[in-house]
Design a protein around this ligand. Structure first.
Ligand code: GAP
Length: 492
């Protein structure tokens, strides 16, 4: 499956649009449409629920995007948050120097009278054996030596555009947590180990954004800073190292709980040479995106670097008093840092299936029910019958008090089902003649409706009065087969 399939589905069905598209788009920012915002909110909601609400050792925070400029000096971002950049002297395109060999390159081959070839990433030309030395894009220009390019977006705080007013849009949410460490510790009377979680926007002036919502200049992070006493040991091992392993395992399990297949996830340890300036160890969770294995989440051991830096630059003590040892300690930090947008992309890619049903193609998103943007679609079998339509509208209203529910009568029932499959709606409810009866013929309806399940396409007949309890069971996690076994099957 290619990224184009997902990009096209996202645009066609209202998940994700190119930002400022009517002006030609930006290529580095994306807008979430009506279904996209539901999906992304659901990803953030389950992350928050599973970490902040269900764990006894985590609390939440929502810090501001604009912070005191010294934060970024203390954190090291002003000096170190850079990527090496090169320019093509001919076409003026810019590239990240460290990613040049990861992209295919254009080559005018001397062994074939200068014919133009697209050579795969990292490979030599199979005609002349040459390796890329010129611009990968135009194949003609020399590249400048690498220069360090700071990825932070600069802006001005206040009405005066002068150097003293310069600050930055935060490039990570983490620093908002570090500078609030003492506020949270004191106000919530916490004991180590504990974590502070935050979801919010971050901004990076990426040299080469791309691959849809994978790398953008404005994105959302879901970050946890988990503070550990570095003097503690667990089973003879330093507590920070044990907690690092525990978080790696917990985060792998989390992605799988919401549907990512294990074979599409892998663990990658950072080499010493690629560790960020603050990290003792970092492990990435990588996902097999359509463009290849790439980082979905990073889980770093940031040691006491950030708290010590902020204590030094602010002059405020950022420590925890260890009652047992009667000493102040600067906690170590384990940081599981996930991208909300990358998670959305991974969940979409993993959920997308194409199946053949009775000789026709069925495209569907097998999204976990907690993630699906629409939970229930209520569909009238005949839109000309006013009792059917009125009952369907009424049911949608009742169900919408509990779950995101929509009404649709813009096509025949088969097509309506396909449309809901394609956006991942787990259940459809169909109101038909049997439900409402026929007053002209003196026939009473059975007040039952059909529930159709997306993945199996099974259909059951359920009394209207039991719909809410049945859906409550299903959305609480009961397997469809168990619920379906209690009701008669409906004819497909
Ligand atoms: N606080 C640590 C930190 O920011 P990172 O590995 O640079 O670490 C963490 O970023 C996560 O944020 C990444 O794994 C990715 O999911 C997401 N992310 C980073 N840069 C991104 C970008 N330009 N576009 C979309 N998501 C991005």
């Amino acid at each position: 499956m290619t990224m184009d399939v997902i990009v096209s589905l996202c645009k066609r069905r209202g998940f994700i649009f190119q930002s400022s598209e009517i002006y030609g788009g930006t290529g580095s920012c994306w807008d979430y449409g009506p279904l996209g915002v539901e999906l992304k909110n659901n990803v953030k909601r389950v992350w928050w629920r599973d970490n902040v609400h269900l764990r006894p050792d985590l609390v939440g925070l929502d810090a501001s995007i604009l912070m005191h400029p010294t934060v970024w000096k203390a954190s090291g971002h002003v000096d170190h948050f850079t990527d090496p950049m090169v320019d093509c002297k001919a076409c003026q395109r810019r590239f990240r120097a460290d990613q040049l060999d990861e992209q295919p390159w254009t080559h005018y081959c001397p062994a074939t009278k200068g014919n133009k070839f697209e050579v795969p990433a990292g490979e030599p030309c199979r005609h002349c054996g040459a390796r890329r030395t010129l611009c990968p894009e135009c194949g003609k220009g020399e590249l400048t030596p690498p220069r360090q390019f700071n990825l932070m977006f600069k802006t001005f705080m206040g009405p005066v555009e002068e150097d003293a007013a310069v600050t930055y849009l935060r490039p990570e949410t983490a620093q908002g947590i570090f500078v609030n460490f003492d506020n949270v510790l004191q106000s919530m009377r916490l004991k180590l180990p504990f974590g502070i979680a935050q979801i919010g926007k971050a901004f990076r002036n990426e040299i080469t954004p791309g691959n849809f919502i994978f790398r953008t200049r404005e994105f959302e992070q879901m970050e946890i800073e988990f503070f550990v006493n570095p003097n503690d040991t667990i089973d003879g091992r330093p507590a920070d190292e044990v907690w690092h392993d525990r978080w790696i395992e917990a985060r792998f399990a989390w992605y799988q709980r919401y549907g990512l297949r294990r074979e599409n996830l892998r663990h990658r340890e950072h080499e010493k040479s690629e560790l960020a300036h603050y990290a003792k160890r970092t492990a990435d969770i990588e996902y097999k995106f359509p463009m290849g294995w790439s980082e979905l989440e990073g889980i770093a051991n940031r040691t006491d670097f950030d708290l010590k830096q902020h204590a030094q630059w602010s002059g405020k003590s950022l420590t925890f008093f260890d009652e047992e040892r009667k000493a102040h300690v600067v906690p170590y930090v384990i940081e599981p840092s996930a991208g909300a947008d990358r998670s959305v992309l991974a969940f979409l890619v993993d959920a997308y299936r194409e199946e053949e049903v009775r000789g026709e193609k069925r495209a569907l998103l097998r999204l976990h029910r907690d993630l699906a943007p629409l939970k229930i679609a209520v569909l009238p079998l005949l839109k000309k019958r006013s009792e059917i339509v009125a009952t369907a509208h009424e049911l949608r209203g009742t169900l919408a008090r509990h779950w995101v529910s929509v009404y649709d009568d813009t096509a025949a029932i088969g097509r309506l089902y396909r449309r809901q499959d394609e956006v991942g709606t787990p259940y459809c409810v169909t109101v038909d003649v049997q439900t409402v009866g026929d007053a002209d013929k003196g026939e009473a309806g059975d007040r039952r409706v059909t529930i159709r399940e997306r993945d199996s396409m099974d259909q059951i007949r359920v009394p209207i009065g039991e719909l809410v309890p049945v859906f409550r069971e299903l959305f609480d996690g009961a397997p469809w087969s168990g619920v379906a076994a209690r009701y008669p099957a409906a004819k497909g």
